[in-house]
Design a protein around this ligand. Sequence first.
Ligand code: GDP
Ligand code: MG
Length: 246
Amino acid sequence: MSNLVIIPTYKEKENIESIIRTIFSLNVPFNILIIDDNSPDGTASIVKNLQAEFKNLHLIERPGKLGLGTAYITGFQWALKNGYNYIFEMDADFSHNPSDLIRLSKACHEDGADVAIGSRYISGVNVVNWPLSRVLMSYFASIYVRLITRMNIKDTTAGFVCYKKEVLENIHPEHIKSKGYGFQIEMKFNAFKLGYKIVEIPIIFTDRKLGSSKMSGGVFNEALWGVIRMKIRSWFIKYRRKGATV
Ligand SMILES: Nc1nc2c(ncn2[C@@H]2O[C@H](COP(=O)(O)OP(=O)(O)O)[C@@H](O)[C@H]2O)c(=O)[nH]1
Ligand SMILES: [Mg+2]
């Protein structure tokens, strides 16, 4: 019951079955929750067929493409309601190596991390097959975010993360404004403001081989301005853990 991997999907019919099979074949038990936004390619029906085989495979279907951020918030709420202790975020496209789930899990289960980030930028840039423009954008975005937020995190936009339940219970979904990639930054910033122990685990990120990216310029702008807005908002928020007296 302890580990849940949340995977948001939009048009992932080429990847979804093999990512699910690969995660269930790991020698650490993970449950999986797919959040599909009514993918026109039938991703959700592939998941439904696999549910007959895997009892720990769950699916939430949303009516249309509502963005990564709200998909994760929906997933987090479901995870907390269903009593999971360690909640993971991961992409469906094999950019995140499923076997690294075990390393993220160990960091939280055994090494005392509250948040473990699968990080591309611990030593240089560990990104394979992304166009140079995209690598540079992501890398400089991470430096920009570090400057503005003062978080000592190298890969602030990473989407490969393990959160302890308590962290998610204490992050107010209403404090997370971004719908796209800025969501990842805001989650980490809130965990940081709440004083949680955040560690980065080096990973190699490989661009997808199948299907196509849903990244767009608008999403980038949202993240750029969103960081400044988030920082200003933070001056007016009292970050407090439940049950804490100060
Ligand atoms: N549910 C849902 N999933 C999405 C949406 N946009 C992207 N995804 C999924 O989020 C993950 C990352 O998206 P991807 O297109 O690979 O972005 P990139 O790796 O940054 O180029 C993949 O699993 C996508 O299928 C969305 O609007 N809703
Ligand atoms: Mg991708």
